[in-house]
Design a protein around this ligand. Structure first.
Ligand code: AGP
Length: 609
């Protein structure tokens, strides 16, 4: 997804802009650009298709010292990846960068063309540049012109603006796309993600929807959508101490897979007592508020949606509450029937996923009791707009394929299910068993990571495969879905997951010796049922790869591979079984030579619809 970085400082800001773009590379992009105000010369723009390094090379040809500038990585939506479509876009003496989508760009483009403006790109962004230039021409006051421009835009935007006539000012605004201000000492920055600015500051101001701001060396002015001045606290970025480099690892994804024991331990820190969970983590009156909940709706996208699907089993079985789970892109456009006292849970790593955020906003008119955001980014829009929050403490996740975010979401959801069970006076043995299991979880995940070498050997068997099936039952069915998503995402092998009992209702027709079938076979109450399903696969010559506990006593034979996992109690088993599936997709991607951390066509944080 697109990324924005902007800076005003006494020092030369070009290296800061470039480093900021580099730190946003993980979000996915196809071109990059920078516009700086060169003293005595005006705005100088450089753009390049491809990686940030191409832009850097282009800039190196004519190095300049400058103190005000904006930069952008573009992920094409309107107009193909091409230099002419890359940001910043210029109009007269100004330059802008934009994340999001301007929905009324068509009529605006027509009006501006009629007014004599010439468009050089197919983007929706260029209309914003010309519209601002037009308003400035009518009344040469940049703040007023900026406000008149914002008032005409429909859709989503985060904007950064510089103008030759105000060489000491950087303007920015947000509506539907995230934007933070980074505070330095007599220098200020703006970015779509604080990660871009950790090179220069760990102090951030998170703009709210509809805000716009004017930044200078001396200070900042922020106004809300009614143009009234607002003040926000400057917050220290919590994960700033965490290393953002790959360290000893070849890829961020591998590093993040290996960080899971500590990410899970951090997520659980301060949440567990001897034999019960500490519900006060949810706020001072959590106990009373939890008592009111009679139904749960969970809404999320992608991997976070899979975490919600696992949680449904826990919440219904452990807490005895009805729970339904839906992808946010569907939920946001339908009229939901909301029974009384229903809690809406949104789950998101980034807290900026456009569909999930829109679903939360949509829910506000649907009569929910309250909303809870389970999220990895404390200052994100989702967290700020929800009534309650439960933070996962995975630390920054850079690899596009979600790994530690997923297992920490599951950890938080199991904790929350236990909290609901506790509030509803469900069996105390079950609650204390969950607490014990959660305590053992980081250690078990560590043991599962020892399977790395064994899985690496197995990966070669997928090298020439076009398709794969993943099977699971119960809580492990969504884990099979997540395993299939991981394989698709980074190795580009078509993979589908089925509840194993569904195999005979259609997908069995696909099974032959060219079809690897991955089964998740923990020793739980459904194991015997699963064994029958696996026999159906073997009888058709399908290659079986079983992730199972040693005690599972699965059939041996040609075409069957077993990978043994440590025994884990039922509640945490889906979390432990996620680990080898992540490793499998990682090693298959290595064999296939794909771009593991930045798979084609994908973005880390999907901030457009
Ligand atoms: C995970 O591997 C994916 N890249 C993707 O499905 C992701 O989980 C989804 O886009 C939701 O993101 P979020 O958790 O940041 O909301």
């Amino acid at each position: 997804m697109c990324g924005i970085v902007g800076a005003i400082a006494k020092r030369n800001i070009t290296p800061i802009l470039i480093e900021g773009l580099r730190r946003l590379e993980y979000r996915g992009y196809d071109s990059a650009g920078v516009a700086v105000l060169v003293p005595g010369k005006g705005i100088q723009r450089t753009r390049a298709v491809g990686k940030v390094i191409e832009l850097e090379n282009a800039l190196a040809k004519e190095p300049v010292q400058c103190h005000l500038g904006i930069a952008h990585t573009r992920w094409a939506t309107h107009g193909k990846p091409a230099e002419r479509n890359a940001h910043p876009h210029l109009s007269e003496r100004l330059a802008i960068v934009h994340n999001g989508i301007i929905e009324n760009h068509g009529p605006l483009r027509k009006r501006l063309t009629d007014l004599g403006y010439t468009f050089t790109s197919e983007t929706d962004t260029e209309v914003v540049a010309h519209l601002l230039a037009h308003h400035y021409k009518e009344k040469p006051d940049l703040l007023c012109a900026f406000r008149s421009t914002l008032a005409e835009l429909h859709g989503a935007y985060a904007l950064g603006v510089i103008h030759q006539d105000e060489p000491d000012t950087l303007y920015c605004a947000r509506m539907g796309s995230p934007l933070v201000i980074g505070e330095g000492s007599e220098e200020r920055f703006v970015a779509s993600d604080p990660l871009a600015l950790l090179q220069v500051t760990d102090q951030f101001i998170y703009l709210e929807e509809g805000d716009h701001a004017r930044l200078s060396l001396e200070g900042r002015d922020i106004w809300n959508r009614r143009n009234l001045p607002v003040e926000y606290p400057v917050l220290r970025y919590e994960h700033a101490a965490l290393s953002l480099d790959k360290g000893e690892y070849r890829h961020y994804m591998l590093k993040e897979i290996h960080e899971q024991p500590s990410a899970i331990a951090n997520t659980l820190e301060g949440t567990l007592a001897e034999d019960h969970v500490l519900t006060a983590v949810l706020g001072p009156d959590a106990e009373t508020r939890l008592q009111d909940i009679q139904n749960i709706h969970i809404v999320a996208c992608g991997t976070s949606y899979h975490a919600g699907l696992v949680a449904r089993y826990w919440i219904e079985e452990q807490a005895g509450l009805p729970c339904q789970v839906e992808v946010a892109s569907e939920y946001r456009y339908r009229q939901v029937a909301v029974p009384g006292n229903t809690l809406l849970i949104t789950i998101s790593q980034s807290g900026e996923t456009a569909d999930t955020l829109a679903a939360l906003r949509h829910s506000k008119q649907q009569g929910y009791l309250a909303s809870l955001a389970i999220c990895n980014v404390a200052g994100s829009s989702l967290v700020r707009e929800a009534d309650w929050r439960l933070l996962t403490k995975a630390g920054p996740e850079i690899g596009v394929a979600s790994t530690k975010a997923f297992t920490t979401q599951l950890t938080a959801l199991l904790w929350f299910s236990t909290a609901l069970a506790q509030t509803n006076n469900r069996a105390p043995e079950m609650i204390s068993a969950n607490v014990r299991a959660l305590r053992t979880l980081p250690g078990l995940v560590e043991q599962a990571l020892y399977l790395d070498g064994r899985i690496e050997q197995l990966a070669a068997t997928f090298a020439n495969k076009q398709h794969a099936l993943f099977l699971g039952r119960g809580t492990h069915y969504p884990i099979a879905m997540e395993g299939a998503l991981k394989l698709k995402e980074i190795s580009y092998i078509h993979a589908e997951a089925y509840a194993a009992g569904e195999l005979k209702h259609g997908p069995l027709a696909l099974v032959d010796e060219d079809m690897p079938v991955v089964s998740i076979a923990p020793s739980d109450s459904l194991l015997e049922k699963l064994k029958s399903n696996l026999q159906e696969v073997r009888a058709r010559g399908g290659q079986l790869i079983n992730f199972a506990c040693e005690t599972a006593e699965l059939d041996n034979g040609d075409g069957i591979t077993h990978i043994h996992l440590p025994p884990a109690s039922d509640s945490i088993s889906p979390i432990v079984y996620s680990i080898p599936l992540q490793l499998l997709s990682y090693h298959v991607a290595l064999v296939k030579g794909t771009d593991v951390d930045k798979p084609r066509n994908l973005a880390k944080s999907v901030t457009v619809e």
